[in-house]
Design a protein around this ligand. Structure first.
Ligand SMILES: [Zn+2]
Length: 57
């Protein structure tokens, strides 16, 4: 699945694509962004058994 990789600091669009794990440095602010796509696994579910709150639309 394609996604947009954005800088966590300045929100600049850094890359687009299918990423599992990537380190990319923002050219604008120089922040090193570590991008990781985590698949929903059982362990993760157990760790986050609380209800998911999505107020980030
Ligand atoms: Zn940046």
């Amino acid at each position: 699945m394609r996604q947009e990789i954005r800088c966590g600091q300045c929100n600049r669009l850094l890359a687009k694509g299918d990423v599992r794990e990537l380190e990319i440095k923002c050219r604008r602010c120089g922040t090193m962004n570590l991008v990781r796509t985590t698949r929903p696994s059982r362990e993760a579910r157990e760790a986050h058994s609380e209800k998911r709150v999505e107020n980030n639309r």
